[in-house]
Design a protein around this ligand. Sequence first.
Ligand code: MN
Length: 294
Amino acid sequence: MSDLWAIGDVHGALGTLRTLLQRARLTDFEDNWLGDGATVVFLGDLIDRGPDGAGVLHLVQHLERQAAEAGGQVVSLLGNHEVMLMAAMRFRGPPRWAAGYLSPGLFEYWRQNGGQPHDLARLEPEDLEWLQARPVLYRHADWLFCHADSQLYLSLGDSIEAVQNSVQALLNAKNSDIWIDFLNAFSEREGFRGRQGLSRAATMLQVFGGHKIVHGHTPVFVLQNVPSGPYVSPYLYADERVLALDSAMAYQKGAGFLVRLDADVGRLTRPEATGVLDTIFLSDILAGVGTLEP
Ligand SMILES: [Mn+2]
């Protein structure tokens, strides 16, 4: 099996992302793909909150092209912030939006949730097309990747393809109420916690395939009830069937990790193992390395 890497919510933290990718030797210092046949999965929420969401989006698109040429693969999932951004673009329509002509304020909703108007100014129609085409679920070997620890996915279909089709239909809806309902369901958290969460995770794996779910969306430090910071690591829970990877890299100086998942899945089942082989922490790399997002 070829190398498999995953990274949680980047949220505009372009400098951190570049450092992590370079350190993993997935890119060179000019952001060119070095990963050969590797697969890198981005778990969604590339944009908003941090300083350079548009830059992150364009870097991921660039790597997607270069990886494909080299026989590798970059997979970038749909996150709720991608949906929020699309809603903001679609239902903006100033000055009419302000008068409630098109929407009850999806632009404002996006902005209040970390939307950065300077990112919008740098996005092209092709970017919107790219966002609209994001995969919602992705399965690779034993891993099932999704953005959110939400019940959403099971309500959208009983196969990866059916979920994709449902989401495509939602993203084509002209009625902003449909977008709002979708966003509310997508923003739910902690759906894999507790007894109910355990059975929900088991059902998801049964329906969509795979042995473990990998998600972003809810920062690890929130799920673990620990202080945020650079020493937070991937979190395996729900009977070790769910792996959380949102490192909160845009929130905290020195936070951020990139994880390699192919090396030894068995190791994840050992209770004493903290995470996965070859986790690259920003805190390990930082001495003297560039600038970090505030
Ligand atoms: Mn999210």
